[in-house]
Design a protein around this ligand. Structure first.
Ligand code: TYD
Ligand code: MG
Length: 454
């Protein structure tokens, strides 16, 4: 148990002594020390005598000041962060090397600067000349972005100490920053934490929107202390396959908005272009029907994206164990769909290799894709194309029953918008006049029978 110590408080200046004295050591007044009431165990443990203040407690209901949002002018970026950058907020953006973080942020910075905002871009990785060259390549050479190549947090904060604070400061990257308040090389956990702490405090005090670029580790999490993600208001992930064109900006954490919206970009020679209609990006030319491909209306946040699912089956003559390979979907879930097709629908994949691919390098996690995957598998196995003008979605249960999924209406509307005329769905899905004909199935068996014309 904490020892209960006697305390003597000077009635003139408030200083505390742990021994009675005739004269206060601080203000030199005589006979002013008075013994304080003995502390309780609780207050001793929590050191409540050491000069705490009471905090003001207010009611949850009351006036609120909505945070001031500054749209950056890049609509896909604004969409992902919930409508624009919030003044005094800190945002961390992570992504694989070469995915386009620096490009995106330079474009955001330039756009805001061209709109008349004070914007600074601090690169710890590239020389100012390199950043300038990229700017020229992006056609942003004359945007009034203030550039610097620096890694010392003290120097950076000194630079912004006087004058009006910038609306946006980009730090590329936090792993290259160095704070002289603590020991250690840049990139170490303690340095990253200390540098981020100082920069974030500056942003909060001065009302600057701060964007930190963060490296990611091999498994995709943001390098450095996890606590970095706790310190900032918003965490964004910039994803995509480097060999493919498209990039997705996704909020993982957002104190000022939702995390279910995405921004879609395409990496082009002129930098990142906004993709307002992502479905076009993921659908290959579909004038001819090919066995083994189906179209699935996926949902990203509130936004439908039509993606193509491709399956290939190869019958093995030998008794070797057939391979199952998946790109862009969960291998466990594929095994489950195969098992349901085998045991409930009378199809055999046991001597067949199965390859499944989501076109365009897209990653699906939506369980509504089950039916479209099953459709692609059946179509590939039977070498029967599914109709080109059909989309399909629905969750498959182990009992082979088809379950309805969220936001059917939105998925159907998007499909209709892109010229699809029918949808194969669980029977319980009803049309609300989306301009697309529905074929409803109660079980996966019924669906397979329909595809095979049985
Ligand atoms: P970059 O923004 O440097 O990536 P990060 O900061 O995430 O490491 O992007 C680099 C890649 O982007 C590089 O491989 C080339 C490509 N790129 C283009 O295709 N077009 C462009 O206009 C630019 C600037 C880059
Ligand atoms: Mg970079």
């Amino acid at each position: 148990m904490a020892k209960l110590k006697k305390k003597y408080v000077c009635q003139a200046c408030g200083s505390i002594a742990f021994r009675w004295q005739g004269q206060c050591a601080d203000c030199s007044e005589w006979n002013t020390l008075v013994e304080e009431a003995p502390p309780t165990v609780f207050s001793a443990k929590h050191d409540l005598q050491a000069g705490g203040r009471t905090v003001e407690l207010v009611s949850l209901a009351g006036d609120i000041a909505l945070p001031a949002r500054q749209p950056t002018g890049i609509a896909e970026f604004d969409r992902a962060i919930g409508g624009g950058l919030v003044a005094g907020s800190a945002t961390l953006i992570g992504g694989d090397p070469g995915i386009g973080k620096s490009t995106l942020l330079l474009q955001v910075a330039a756009k805001m600067a061209l709109a008349g905002q004070q914007v600074a871009y601090i690169s710890g990785e590239e020389a100012a000349g390199q950043v300038r060259m990229r700017g020229v390549r992006l056609g942003l050479g004359d945007a009034p972005v203030r550039l610097a190549s620096a890694t010392s947090v003290r120097d950076i904060l000194t630079t912004f100490a006087d004058g009006p604070p910038p609306a946006l400061v980009v730090i590329d990257s936090i792993q290259t920053m160095h704070s002289d308040l603590i020991e250690g090389a840049p990139g170490t956990v303690s340095q990253v934490r200390a540098s981020a702490h100082e920069l974030i405090r500056f942003a909060k005090e001065r009302g600057t929107a701060l964007v930190l670029v963060g490296h990611v580790t091999k498994d995709g999490t943001i390098a450095g202390p996890r606590v970095l993600e706790h310190m900032v208001d918003t965490v964004l992930a910039f994803e995509g396959e480097r060999s493919h064109q498209y990039r997705i900006l996704r909020a993982i954490k957002n104190r000022f908005g939702g995390t279910d919206e995405i921004g879609v970009f395409a990496m082009e020679t002129q930098g990142l272009a906004e993709v307002a209609n992502p479905s076009v990006l993921f659908l290959t030319d579909r004038s001819e029907s090919v066995a083994g491909t189906t179209v699935f209306p996926a949902l990203e946040g509130t936004r439908p994206v039509l993606v193509e699912i491709q399956a290939l089956t190869v019958r093995l003559a030998s008794g070797a164990t057939p391979r199952r390979a998946v790109v862009g979907w969960d291998a466990g879930r594929l095994a489950m769909i195969l098992a349901v097709l085998e045991s409930r629908c009378g199809l055999s994949f046991s001597t067949t290799e199965v390859y499944l691919n989501i076109a365009g390098g897209y990653r699906l996690s939506d369980p509504a894709a089950d039916l479209a995957v099953a459709g692609a598998l059946v179509s590939a196995l039977a070498e029967r194309p599914v109709p080109v003008d059909a989309v399909m979605f629905g969750e498959v249960a182990l009992s082979a029953e088809l379950r309805p999924v969220a936001h059917s209406g939105q998925r159907l509307r998007e499909a209709a918008k892109l010229g699809f005329t029918r949808a194969m769905v669980p029977r319980s899905v009803s049309s609300a006049g989306e301009g697309i004909a529905l074929s409803g199935f109660r079980t996966l068996g019924e669906f397979v029978d329909h595809l095979l014309g049985r």
